[in-house]
Design a protein around this ligand. Structure first.
Ligand code: GLN
Length: 484
């Protein structure tokens, strides 16, 4: 069995039809990970015992002829910002190097309850802060399509395992683009659901009003299946929405004729790589051919999205990260003589440069005298951005943009220039500020063979339309032979 081509659908079918046992499948994945992952660096921790216990559960059910759960035997990987009971959970940070989580994140628990098998935890930028995975406290991840390039970030490991075929599906988190941007760089599908659609219980918080949990997969249907089994109200997360979860896969493949697709001119301006533009425009043409009506729309406050995001994200991060003080979690230097010295030494040794930069920026923006000028102002602009989307969605059903301004850049290319790095998220951060769902789907390749992603944004809680539209692009690309 060629495990690198398995999808969620084909993996579960193989297990359901007893072409392979869940245990054999897990073993095959671990063999591939051990042979190939060292060159990529996507995994930080493997949880073989846990995976084997779950595989045995599935195999026992199959032996008895019992009905199997919907994701039975599907091997998945989890970004290391989601807690996993009894398994090291680091958030990509040295400060949590030795942290064994005491409980499972709800998203992980739900997927496991549906039969999925957690292979391990994936590398990421420290506390999910970054766009290239080079801020990991451990080591960077290489893009499996070209090892001299970044996989994107911060969920770089979770995108890379899909591109490398070392997991069938994975989970990431997206605070400003960290699922969609690496999805685009690695040529895989990545979905950031609506704010409130998926529980964040067990997600190590970066910026709570912007953080989302979402899936990566090889296909649109795969991410729909994973979303299906983790979405919905969770009493452990008061921000999770109490709304019914529709059947997402049922709607994939339904005709899109008559659907109104908005193209915002602000997303096609200066800084957009010509090859990315051409590939995204070709994707839009495919939607037109499928009967969508293409409508030009305006999101006039777009230019303020990056500064707004970096004010709100850093402010919330400075507060969320206050809990890492050496008292409750992780690593504590031994030599401190006073409590204050212990805090200082823990945080100095445990946090990397980017995390420290953000804590300082956020603390400054929240400090008395500056709060109104920065944080409050940013929240006001956030309302204007939300209004832009409300207005656009009175005219269209979904919005199509590039996912990133360029294809994957070289390792080291932007590490000395944080502002250039921040611009890698220029097309993705707004969906976090506004809370609408967004997907990246591969829409072609550059001349150098690097994947290019097309982003589709939808109305709040309308993941179904986003997925249905993305499937049309995916199908057209497969037919054209230009798939990643
Ligand atoms: N790259 C953005 C940042 O550095 C987004 C990160 C994310 O979505 N987690 O903040």
């Amino acid at each position: 069995m060629k495990i690198e081509v398995l999808t969620v659908d084909s993996a579960r079918t193989a297990v359901l039809e007893k072409q392979v046992t869940a245990t054999a499948l897990v073993d095959a994945f671990y063999q591939k990970i051990e042979a190939e992952d060292p060159a990529i660096g996507a995994y930080l921790t493997l949880c073989k015992d846990r995976a084997h216990r779950q595989a045995e559960r599935v195999d026992t059910l199959a032996d008895k002829g019992d009905a199997l759960p919907p994701l039975a035997g599907v091997p998945i990987a989890i970004k290391d910002v989601l807690t996993t009971k009894g398994v090291r959970t680091t958030a990509g940070s040295k400060i949590l190097d030795n942290f064994i989580a005491p409980y499972d994140a709800t998203a992980v628990a739900r997927l496991e309850a549906a039969g999925a098998i957690v292979l391990g935890k994936t590398n990421c930028d420290e506390f999910a802060m970054g766009s290239s995975n080079e801020n990991s406290g451990f080591h960077p991840v290489k893009n499996p399509r070209d090892h001299s390039r970044v996989p994107g970030g911060s969920s770089g490991g979770s995108a890379a395992v899909i591109a490398a075929g070392t997991a069938v599906a994975s989970l990431g988190s997206d605070t400003g683009g960290s699922i969609r941007q690496p999805g685009a760089f690695c040529g895989v599908v990545g979905l950031k659901p609506t704010y409130g659609r998926v529980s964040r219980y067990g997600l190590i918080a970066f910026a709570s009003s912007l953080d989302h949990v979402g899936p990566f997969g090889k296909t649109v249907k795969d991410v729909a299946l994973i979303l299906q089994h983790m979405a919905g109200r969770d009493p452990l997360d008061s921000t999770s929405a109490n709304l019914p979860v529709p059947n997402y896969t049922e709607q994939i493949g339904e005709p899109v004729k008559g659907l109104k697709i908005g193209v915002p001119k602000e997303y096609f301006g200066e800084g957009l790589d010509p090859e990315v533009r051409a590939a995204v425009e070709a994707g839009i043409q495919e939607l037109a051919k499928a009967g969508c009506e293409i409508v030009s729309v305006s999101l006039p406050h777009t230019e303020y999205a990056i500064p707004t995001y970096y004010l709100i994200a850093t402010a919330e991060a400075s507060s969320n990260l206050a809990r890492f003080d050496g008292v409750r979690y992780g690593v504590r230097p031994k030599e401190a003589k006073t409590l204050a010295e212990m805090y200082r030494k823990t945080r100095d040794a445990g946090f990397g440069t980017e995390v420290k930069r953000r804590i300082m920026l956020g603390t400054y923006a929240l400090s008395a005298g500056y709060y109104d000028a920065y944080y409050l102002k940013a929240q006001r602009v956030r309302s204007l951005l939300a209004r832009d989307f409300d207005e656009a969605f009175t005219k269209v059903d979904a919005i199509v943009t590039p996912t990133t301004p360029t294809p994957a850049f070289k390792l080291g290319e932007k590490t000395d220039d944080p502002l250039a790095m921040y611009l890698a998220d220029i097309y993705t951060v707004t969906a976090n500020l506004v809370g609408v769902p967004g997907i990246t789907v591969p829409c072609g390749k550059s001349k150098e063979g690097l994947p290019i992603g097309l982003q589709i944004l939808g109305k709040h809680f309308d993941e179904a339309t986003v997925l249905r539209t993305a499937h049309v692009v995916e199908h057209a690309i497969a037919v054209s032979g230009n798939a990643a």
